[in-house]
Write a protein that binds this ligand. Sequence first.
Ligand code: SF4
Length: 259
Amino acid sequence: MAAAGLISLPPAWTRKIDIAHSASRIKIMAIHFQSQEFITWVFKRLRPRFGEKPQRKDRDLTAILIRTVLSQNTNDRNRDRAYLNLKRKFPRWEHLLAARQSEIERAIRVGGLSRQKAKRIKDILAGIKKDKGKFDLSFLCRSQVDDARKYLLGFKGIGEKTAAVVLLFGCGMPLFPVDTHILRVTKRLGVLPPKTTAEKAHQLLAPLVPGELCYELHLNLIQEGRKICHARKPECPACPLNTRCLYYRKVWKINERAA
Ligand code: SF4
């Protein structure tokens, strides 16, 4: 029975109010998570755990580009093995461009998708040579960020992530590459909507990540994804981000209560 003076609502209404209330709470929380303030907080929380990463620039942009193509759908170890095999067999870019596709495929087989990657590498080298008469991409570092990005995106098979990796690591440009670990962690935190694609994630995160944080945040979020926020069974209680993580609030705590 309802307490004196209180109107008791039908149970279905109470549920509706609860759902509406929690939906608007999640909306408010999402706005809060999708802010530079929140990203800066993440950056600060990750540094003591994974260390400061002073920005380094590797000026061989063509090498970064080829290594990034080789990294697709494989791990760092096999990417590095494929790249070493490639450089051992074809020490100069001219040699690589002149090689038969089947020879390149054999050299990079350890990294997987060798037919597709061999063709892509040859096409990219041919395109750079045709445009610039040489294989040097250092002109990109003297370009406007958006022009440099668009130049790389003009090659078939180069997407936002590869372009951002080349320009961040090669020139120190303020771009934020989103790999599979960063995509997963930022979705769980509540920064990105759950169904965001990797390409869309670049657009959504670009205005949120301050330029000076891109390098270290990129590296430390990858470590967070590899070491703590695993695809299966994230280690939320040990995570430095758990006090403000949407996934932790919604899933882990609910599971804890149910246990
Ligand atoms: S609290 Fe859990 S889900 Fe959230 S970022 Fe950390 S490990 Fe990932």
